[in-house]
Design a protein. Structure first.
Length: 634
């Protein structure tokens, strides 16, 4: 046995043992979905605005935010973010002052103030969440980007050129509460609300420069509103109630809106705008749901996760353990499969508007998620259940429902979306908010399409002879970048997309010698680091080109290796060098192992999945051993 394979065997055994120790009694794994300081800051601002003095929580969140400040006074979304992040810095500064545990005269606050002023002040914030929090608490005016969108949009039927449900599900649950607040010019302040007026050159919001396409979008909306029948005042009241009902109908069992902390915070402020008392049960339950998202990190710091990744992590970790050699009758695998079986959705959600004749069968991302499934989580769970589907009618029924749901979620263009099919109206990308092209619509993406094809090919036995798989492969081949890579939406970024595309194409039956596969392999090898690993900066998704990190991360190295394992007929020196680099990285604990490689919203939201140092390395190691074994691993 070669040294490479010996090292792989040892590391698989170690990772497996670690994971088995960390499994919950109900079969799930609970790792942190770490997402910077934004949600921590917003929770402090919310609790103070509601006069809910949970001092222990507020102080712990304050301390984590303060500890993340950079020497130059700013806060960053990722280590190599050039010049810091203004929106994140504004949120952090505001929350630290509002907490009461930092004062304007503190040296750290002076540095933060100077940084914010050097970047143009509050009016230059670009994050929609930052703008919403500032306006909701009276620090800025509601910008035209939000206040000019009439609530009557919610009354327009899907047959109109633009309707509210043309927006992505993610956009809708954030837009609805902000539209309510902007419509009422709402803001709430308390005796303790800091005065941030010194951070602006004027009291205007500074966000009223609208892109040229925004007017065209608004013309379409206004044309639709004019066709509504009834007195304007009555129509507006009906639209307001529709917006309120839209939110209330999408509150999950834990009290949060769509399980996201970000839109739940906005919803609470919008309920205040509608006249709800701060002590209203809906608000109290929503706050409880937010607090339940807290996670204590290994260093003792406390953070609030935007949407805990329990279903995603449990699905992928179980699949990784199965791939590593654990049988289905192993107690850990059986427990996890039972857990996932119980989390399959049986309710119709917004996804059914464009997919009306399909029974529910998907899975969501977070544990409380019951109505907001997505394709990626569904295929992740189905990989686990593939072998169970052959053991009895109950498992088979679950499998068939899930498979059918995934197949019917394919877009007309052949690719797969995340949450809802055929929500790619290009007019909505002119919504005057940062990242609108990624947030406002939910189009086909290379990572989602590749992952769906990998599942369909390797687990459902469907290859390019099946019409849906053929259309999916054609979409991927058409969307390859000139350099051979693919852009990935939900991971960072071109490494992620290229891994998903290559593994999906190979699973669908595209031969390894195909020009597109060879170009993808060549690109991956061209960006391999000197140490044998791979690493890509979060800046890639803003610049829409590959930006090297200058160091190797475990998850990105594992993605690249997994793609090469799928596409190469035998191991190469580059592959083995990468495998050894991956194994070495799993014994390290530094900034590279904590670098965010998950993407939520380009330029605004990145995720450090604490589970990723287990999932993707274990899969890459196991796939290498399975494909090459003793005979090829020299």
């Amino acid at each position: 046995m070669s040294q490479t394979l010996t090292n792989i065997e040892r590391e698989i055994a170690r990772l497996t043992a670690d994971l088995l120790r960390q499994q919950r009694q109900d079969g799930a794994w609970e790792f942190c979905f770490e997402n910077g300081t934004t949600i921590d800051a917003h929770v402090i601002i919310l609790l103070r605005s509601l006069d809910m003095d949970d001092e222990k929580l507020i102080r712990q969140l304050h301390d984590r935010i303060l500890a993340a400040q950079q020497p130059e006074g700013c806060w960053k979304l990722f280590r190599d973010e050039d010049g810091g992040n203004l929106s994140a810095s504004i949120e952090a500064y505001y929350a630290l002052l509002y907490s009461g545990y930092s004062r304007q005269s503190d040296e750290a606050m002076e540095r933060a103030r100077r940084y914010i002023q050097s970047k143009g002040g509050l009016g230059q914030a670009t994050s929609l969440l930052t703008i919403g929090i500032l306006a909701a608490t009276g620090q800025t005016k509601w910008p035209l980007a939000i206040s000019s969108i009439p609530l009557e949009l919610l009354l327009l039927p899907p047959s109109f050129p633009i309707s509210f449900f043309d927006f992505s599900g993610y956009a809708r649950v954030h837009l609805a509460p902000m539209m309510i607040m902007a419509d009422r010019r709402f803001s709430v302040q308390t005796e303790r609300t800091p005065d941030l007026s010194g951070l602006n050159k004027s009291r205007t919001d500074g966000n009223d420069e609208l892109p040229r396409g925004f007017g065209e979008m608004m013309d379409q909306i206004e044309a639709g509103v004019k066709r509504l029948i009834g007195l304007p005042g009555h129509i507006h009241e009906v639209a307001t109630r529709r917006a309120e009902t839209f939110m209330l109908d999408r509150i999950e069992p834990d009290g949060t809106l769509y399980t996201y902390a970000s839109c739940t915070i906005l919803m609470i402020f919008s309920l205040l705008a509608l006249g709800y008392n701060k002590e209203h049960p809906v608000i109290r339950r929503a706050v409880q749901g937010l607090k339940a998202k807290q996670y204590r990190l290994e260093d003792g710091e406390l953070t609030i996760q935007n949407s805990p990744s329990t279903i995603w992590d449990t699905s992928l970790l179980t699949y990784a353990l199965q791939t590593s050699g654990l049988e289905d009758n192993h107690p850990s695998i059986r427990l996890a499969a039972d857990y996932l079986y119980g989390k399959q959705h049986d309710k119709f959600g917004d996804w059914s508007i464009r997919n009306p004749n399909t029974p529910p069968g998907g899975w969501g991302f977070s544990e409380p998620n019951t109505i907001f499934p997505d394709v990626d989580d569904s295929t992740a769970a189905l990989r686990v259940l593939a072998s169970f589907s052959r053991t009895g009618p109950t498992w088979l029924e679950s499998w068939n429902r899930g498979l059918h749901w995934v197949l019917t979620m394919q877009n007309k263009d052949g690719g797969w979306p995340a949450f809802e099919k055929d929500t790619g109206n290009p007019l909505l990308t002119w919504l005057a908010i940062d990242g609108a092209k990624s947030a406002a619509i939910d189009p086909s993406e290379a990572d989602l399409t590749g992952r769906a094809l990998e599942y369909l090919g390797n687990f459902a036995g469907l290859n390019a002879r099946y019409a849906g798989v053929k259309r999916g492969t054609e979409w991927l081949l058409h969307h390859q970048e000139k350099d051979g890579s693919w852009y990935g939406r939900w991971g960072v970024c071109y490494i992620y997309g290229t891994w998903a595309a290559l593994t999906g194409l190979v699973a669908a039956g595209i031969p390894a010698g195909h020009e597109a596969v060879q170009k993808g392999v060549k690109w991956l090898l061209s960006i391999q680091n000197e140490d044998g690993g791979w690493g890509e900066s979060c800046a890639s998704d803003r610049l829409l080109r590959y930006v090297p990190l200058g160091a190797s991360t475990p998850s990105q190295t594992a993605w690249a290796l997994d793609a090469l394992i799928a596409a190469l007929p035998h191991p190469t020196a580059e592959l083995n060098k990468g495998m050894n680099r991956l194994i070495a990285s799993l014994r390290e604990d530094d900034w590279k192992t904590a670098y965010p490689t998950g993407a939520g919203l380009p330029g605004n939201f990145y995720i450090h999945y604490h589970s990723y140092r287990y999932i993707w390395p274990l899969l890459a190691l196991s796939h290498y051993r399975r494909k090459f074994g003793v005979a090829h691993s020299g």
